[in-house]
Design a protein around this ligand. Structure first.
Ligand code: SF4
Length: 349
C-alpha cells in the first residue's frame, strides 16, 4: 500500500521539482540544458541510456565520448565491424547489450533511413530496445509524455509515496505511481529531473531531505525513516563457481585468445581459453599440453554468481587467435583482463 497524493499536491510537487531541475540539472555530454529548444540527438540519448543501464555516469562517460567520436551517427555505428564494437564495449559488462546495440543501429539505418522513430511504440519495435529505453528516448529526445522508471526513479517514488510493498513485487505499483506524475508539460525535463533527484539528493543510503525540493510532499520523509524505502525482499544467496583461465604465450609477446560462442555469458567476446565454470569439481583440462604454472586466482562477481578464476600460465603453440599482450588487455572483458594481468605478472617474475 502507498499513501495517496491529491491532484493539487501533484501539480505543486511537479512545479517544485522542475524549478529545482532548471537550477541544478547535471551537465552531461548526452544532454541538452533544461528547457532547451534544441532536443537532444536521439542517437546520443539511446547510446547513453543503454550504457547507463549497467554502470554509473562516471564510468560510462569516457565510453560514451569514445563511441561518439569514433561513430558520430547511428549510421556510422551500423557500419562498425562486430569485433570493433565488442572490443570498444569491453569493460561495460553485459555483452549481449553490445550485440543488441549493433542490431538496433543496423535496423535504424536499414529500415528507417538512419532516423530513430519518434514515438515510444516505434522505438519499442526496434531490436534490443526494451520498455525502459523506449520510454527514456521518447521522453528525452522527443519530449513525449513517457513514464521513464529506472532504479533512481523507483527509489524516489517509493519514498514519495511510502510504498510498503517490497521490491521486486512493488515494481508495477511504483511504475503506476510514477505515471501519475507524468504530464504533457516538459516530459523530457521531468524524466531527467527525477533521475537527477534520485542520483544527487534522494540517495540510496542517506537521502538529503533538508535539500530536497519535494520534501513537503514526501510521505517517506514523514515517517522519519525515508531511507527504509524501497523495502527489499530477502535475497537468495548468490552461488559461487570456480574455473581456470589459461594464459598461453608464444615467447614473442603474443597471447592465445578464443572467441566465445554467440549465445550465453560473454557471448561473442574474445576471451582467454577456459573450461566450464561450475559449483562442482574444477574443470582443469588445459587447451594444449604444456608446462602449466599456477599463477594464483582472481575473483569476479557476475549478476547471478560469483567466480574464483584460477590462472595458469605456460609457453606453447596452438590453434588460437594470437594477439599482442597490449591488444589483448584492451579487448578482453574485465574478468579475463584481470586474469591476463595476473598471468603476465607471474610470468615476468
Ligand atoms: Fe527523497 Fe528525502 Fe526528498 Fe523524500 S524528502 S524524495 S526521501 S530526499
Amino acid at each position: 500500500m502507498a499513501r495517496a497524493m491529491l491532484p493539487a499536491d501533484t501539480a505543486a510537487l511537479r512545479a517544485a521539482l522542475l524549478n529545482w531541475y532548471d537550477a541544478h540539472a547535471r551537465s552531461l555530454p548526452w544532454r541538452s540544458p533544461p528547457g532547451s529548444e534544441r532536443r537532444t540527438d536521439p542517437y546520443r540519448v539511446w547510446l547513453s541510456e543503454v550504457m547507463l543501464q549497467q554502470t554509473t555516469v562516471p564510468h560510462a562517460t569516457p565510453y560514451f565520448e569514445r563511441f561518439t567520436t569514433r561513430w558520430p551517427t547511428v549510421i556510422d555505428l551500423a557500419n562498425a565491424e562486430d569485433s570493433d564494437l565488442m572490443a570498444a564495449w569491453a569493460g561495460l559488462g553485459y555483452y549481449a547489450r553490445a550485440r543488441n546495440l549493433l542490431a538496433c543501429a543496423r535496423a535504424v539505418a536499414r529500415d528507417h533511413g538512419g532516423v530513430f522513430p519518434d514515438t515510444e511504440a516505434g522505438l519499442l519495435a526496434l531490436p534490443g530496445v526494451g520498455a525502459y529505453t523506449a520510454a527514456a528516448v521518447a521522453a528525452i529526445a522527443f519530449d513525449r509524455p513517457a513514464n521513464v522508471v529506472d532504479g533512481n526513479v523507483e527509489r524516489v517514488v517509493a519514498r514519495l509515496f511510502a510504498v510498503e510493498t517490497p521490491v521486486p513485487a512493488a515494481r508495477p505499483e511504483l511504475k503506476r505511481l510514477a505515471a501519475t506524475l507524468v504530464t504533457d508539460d516538459r516530459p523530457g525535463d521531468w524524466a531527467q529531473a527525477l533521475m537527477d533527484l534520485g542520483s544527487s539528493v534522494c540517495r540510496p543510503k542517506s537521502p538529503l531531505c533538508l535539500m530536497c525540493p519535494v520534501s513537503g510532499w514526501c510521505a517517506g520523509r514523514a515517517t522519519g525513516a525515508p531511507e527504509r524505502y524501497p523495502l527489499k525482499a530477502a535475497k537468495a544467496a548468490r552461488p559461487h563457481r570456480q574455473g581456470i583461465a589459461w594464459v598461453l604465450r608464444d615467447g614473442q609477446g603474443r597471447v592465445a585468445l578464443v572467441r566465445r560462442p554467440d549465445k550465453g555469458l560473454l557471448g561473442g567476446m574474445v576471451c582467454l581459453p577456459t573450461g566450464d565454470w561450475s559449483t562442482g569439481p574444477l574443470d582443469d583440462r588445459p587447451p594444449v599440453a604444456a608446462d602449466w604454472i599456477d599463477a594464483g586466482a582472481v575473483e569476479h562477481v557476475f549478476t547471478h554468481f560469483s567466480l574464483t578464476l584460477s590462472v595458469r600460465v605456460a609457453e606453447g603453440q596452438g590453434d588460437h587467435l594470437w594477439t599482442s599482450e597490449a591488444e589483448a588487455l584492451a579487448a578482453l572483458p574485465t574478468v579475463f583482463r584481470k586474469a591476463l594481468e595476473r598471468g603476465l605478472a607471474m610470468s615476468r617474475v
